[in-house]
Write a protein that binds this ligand. Structure first.
Ligand SMILES: Nc1nc2c(ncn2[C@@H]2O[C@H](COP(=O)(O)OP(=O)(O)OP(=O)(O)O)[C@@H](O)[C@H]2O)c(=O)[nH]1
Ligand SMILES: [Mg+2]
Length: 488
């Protein structure tokens, strides 16, 4: 794609912006960390736990700067961007630590600044400013739309909607689409109906039974203040010809709105937020995908590939025309690993590594480091061996939240239960090619009989009473990868 005037203007703006940020960084180095993941992936819990551990000197043996005593203290400071909501750290800590409940769901971008006073390896007193930006993963998956025409997007979206479980979920929308003539005169009611049915299809795909991940445009699922606006009232069309849309047609109307979506939603997000990130962690609820089955796993792989494509640099692409991402470290993290016995943590990590490896190869990363980790930002379970007759079952124990059900009974939110999540395969390939029917097929006999799915458990009691810190799994590894070199 040749550079257009707007991409050139954006480039220039970004260059000025980076220069200002660079000049500021010479005095006081600042690292902007993007934390993203699809709905319910664990973003809010991750940021809260990360900051809580930093501020309270949590147990983080692999995080070298803290473990060797070089971090003097960490504190919160006012954030730099006045127009972005502050990440409500205090409310989330209150929920997690004081009330032992998970924080409320969030739907918008937010920001938090943490300042770390530390001693460099050669003994100098230094300060690192960490700006954490929390944004919905759905917005990240919109990035590839910038380089895609309405016709290409329509064709791709339709092709995907005819595959696997998606086909059934798209039936109502497909039926409406079959009756639409793209060349017919523009018609607001037809556009509204198509957008409503298309959004219904996207929502059904996201349902936990299907747990699909690749669902752009992101704002159709998270409209925020754009709900009902024309920029969200469009849908793919079945286009036979590649010729330009006839003036005044439904096709031209949909195309115009698709372009408006890119202009008013997608571009500003990338210019104002994404292009300014230095590091990125992508949180993935892989267990939800395992629960839903191989189709969900393949879909997740597709989403991770699309995400990695966003970071593609090197060869001139539509993206490098728009801006040069400066992200030099990208971490994929499978969250909620505390729902598995520890023997499975390495396996989970290998599966995530396998899913991102192919994509990383294709993305031809220019100098950026990528890693994959299985973690639990807040460890809400402990482990035990439960003996059942001759069977010794490696189980996890936690307090299921009130209302969760297993078999005929519902939990009251105060009673502990032992759960047998079963084992992930040692060889990641088996998950993608094997005959297993979702995670159920991988569980132990007891769990399979119970038609097991992961029960949501309450957050744990903090580990010490004088200085409460939240237990975790491998949060320190994530911190070391994301911040370690800046604290050397
Ligand atoms: N066991 C366990 N559950 C977790 C953990 N992190 C998140 N969860 C669960 O996942 C849910 C979603 O976590 P959030 O941090 O709110 O996820 P989010 O990505 O911010 O979600 P949205 O704001 O809705 O997009 C929580 O309510 C918990 O039930 C974890 O480390 N361990
Ligand atoms: Mg959230």
């Amino acid at each position: 794609m040749p550079p257009t005037l707007s991409t050139i203007v954006e480039e220039a703006r970004l260059a000025v912006q980076s220069l200002v940020e660079y000049a500021g960084g010479l005095v006081n180095p600042t690292l902007r960390l993007g934390v993203t993941g699809l709905t319910r992936a664990g973003k809010t819990v991750f940021i809260t736990a990360l900051v809580h551990n930093l501020l309270n000197g949590g147990r983080l043996p692999v995080f070298e700067a803290l473990n060797s005593g070089r971090i003097a203290r960490a504190r919160l400071e006012p954030q730099p961007d006045d127009a972005v909501p502050r990440f409500d750290y205090e409310a989330h800590v209150r929920a997690l630590v004081d009330e032992r409940r998970w924080p409320e769901s969030t739907r918008r971008i937010s920001e938090l600044r943490v300042v770390i006073d530390y001693q460099s390896a050669n003994g100098r007193a230094r300060t690192l400013t960490l700006d954490i930006v929390d944004y919905p993963g759905e917005w990240l998956l919109d990035l590839p739309l910038i380089g895609k025409s309405f016709a290409d997007w329509s064709a791709e979206t339709l092709r995907l909607s005819r595959q696997g479980p998606r086909a059934g979920l798209a039936a109502a929308w497909h039926a409406h689409l079959a009756a639409l003539k793209p060349e017919s005169p523009e018609d607001e009611h037809a556009a509204l109906a198509a957008a409503r049915l298309f959004t219904g299809y996207l929502k059904a795909c996201r349902d936990e039974r299907y747990a699909m991940s690749l669902l752009p445009p992101g704002r159709f699922l998270m409209p925020g203040d754009l709900a009902g606006s024309p920029a969200l009232t469009f849908a793919p069309l079945e286009l036979a010809a590649t010729s330009p849309a006839p003036a005044g047609s439904l096709w031209a109307m949909m195309e115009r709105r698709y372009e408006a979506y890119k202009l008013v939603v997608v571009r500003p997000f990338f210019r104002d937020h994404f292009a300014r990130l230095d590091r990125q962690i992508v949180l993935v609820d892989a267990l939800a995908a395992f629960n839903a089955g191989p189709a969900a796993l393949h879909d997740l792989e597709g989403a991770l590939t699309a995400i990695l494509d966003c970071f593609r640099t090197g060869r001139r692409s539509w993206l490098s025309n728009l801006f040069r991402p400066r992200i030099d470290r990208l971490l994929f993290a499978a969250t909620k690993a505390d729902q598995l016995h520890h023997v499975n943590h390495d396996r989970l990590e290998r599966i995530l590594g396998r899913m991102t490896e192919r994509a990383a190869g294709r993305a031809r990363f220019a100098g950026a480091a990528i890693d994959a980790v299985a973690l639990a930002a807040v460890r809400a379970t402990r482990e035990a061996i439960v003996v059942r007759g001759r069977e010794r079952l490696p189980s996890i124990i936690g307090v299921p939240i009130a209302g969760e059900t297993a078999g005929a009974g519902a939990f009251d939110g105060a009673t502990e239960a032992a759960m047998f999540p079963g084992d992930l395969p040692d060889d990641p390939e088996r998950l993608f090619t094997g005959p297993c029917e979702g995670f159920k097929g991988l569980t132990t006999s007891v769990a399979a009989e119970a038609d097991y799915r992961f029960l949501r458990v309450r957050p744990p009691a903090p580990e010490t009473s004088d200085r409460p810190v939240l237990p975790h799994i491998r949060l320190d590894r994530a911190l070391q990868f994301l911040l370690g070199d800046h604290l050397a």
